[in-house]
Design a protein around this ligand. Structure first.
Ligand code: ZN
Ligand code: FE
Ligand code: FE
Ligand code: ZN
Length: 266
């Protein structure tokens, strides 16, 4: 069983269950490691409804610390899912390096002022230039990678969530420059199974994008994006198969923001 590196807590205001219950699922699955990566605070007022306040961060740390002190497996890691957006660097550049994180996931949930993956704003996909929106997204993704704030990309092709996609040819053309930067900066890409629970019914990233990542030898890790205890490790058999099909033989383990490659299957 590969580690689950994308797990939320009640601090994000849209997850349920106690962190100990998430750990219990991971333990039952025989996971060697798990990492909590709740949505990072953004004291500049960015999207406050789905994240902890900065003042709540010590409580998040104190929620996870006792689980880290509990004998494993799983070894419990402490992480964060931090958004990239215009202006993110002002806070994150100073704050992230001062925390004892094992892993920082970098995610994009906004194109301009549009929270494109929010079900409440999904109708806008019917009114926009779909390929143009994806192009903007991947331009942001290249900036995210260039910022050097993050260790791994979360849900690389999140814009597909509601099924609106560019052609394969357009996708390849717009994603490659971002993947080149991800590779050059030594970042990993997360294989995120939550897409299977969304209208698109597909893991993030698609086989096409994972193949492009593989060509660049971009390391991979795995995440369920759990917002509920029973989602930990969900569909990881499919995620590992996807990685094997793309030609991967190794995945990456994190600790204190350092990467270590280990065999994917034993
Ligand atoms: Zn969330
Ligand atoms: Fe996310
Ligand atoms: Fe998440
Ligand atoms: Zn996420």
């Amino acid at each position: 069983m590969v580690p689950d590196y994308h797990i939320h807590t009640v601090f994000c205001k849209h997850a349920d269950g106690h962190a100990a219950e998430y750990r219990e699922t991971a333990r039952g699955l025989g996971m060697p490691q798990m990492c909590f990566t709740d949505h990072a605070p953004a004291p500049d007022g960015y999207d406050p409804s789905v994240r902890m306040q900065l003042a709540e961060f010590p409580a998040y740390r104190d929620l996870i610390a006792p689980l880290q002190a509990t004998a494993g497996p799983p070894e419990v890691l402490f992480g964060i899912e931090a958004d990239y957006y215009a202006g993110a660097r002002a806070f994150l550049g100073d704050w992230l390096p001062r925390q004892a994180f094992d892993l920082v996931l970098g995610s994009i949930h906004y194109i301009g002022d549009w929270c494109f993956d929010h079900p409440g704003y999904a109708a806008r996909w019917k009114t926009v230039d779909v390929a143009g929106a994806w192009r903007e997204y991947f331009a942001l993704m290249a900036e995210l990678a260039r910022s050097r704030l993050y260790d791994a990309v979360g849900h690389l092709d999140l814009p597909k969530k509601f099924g609106f996609r560019p052609t394969d040819q357009a996708l390849r053309e717009m994603a490659q420059p971002a993947l080149d930067v991800i590779a050059a900066e030594g970042m990993a890409v997360e294989i995120n199974t939550s897409g299977l629970r969304k209208p698109v019914r597909e893991i993030y990233p698609s086989p096409l994008l994972l193949g492009l990542a593989r060509e660049r030898e971009i390391p991979i890790c795995f995440g369920s994006d759990s917002h509920s205890p029973q989602e930990v490790g969900a569909d990881f058999d499919k995620a590992v198969q996807l990685a094997l099909d793309a030609g991967y033989t190794q995945c990456v383990r994190f600790r204190k923001r350092e990467k270590q490659l280990v065999p994917l299957a034993d």
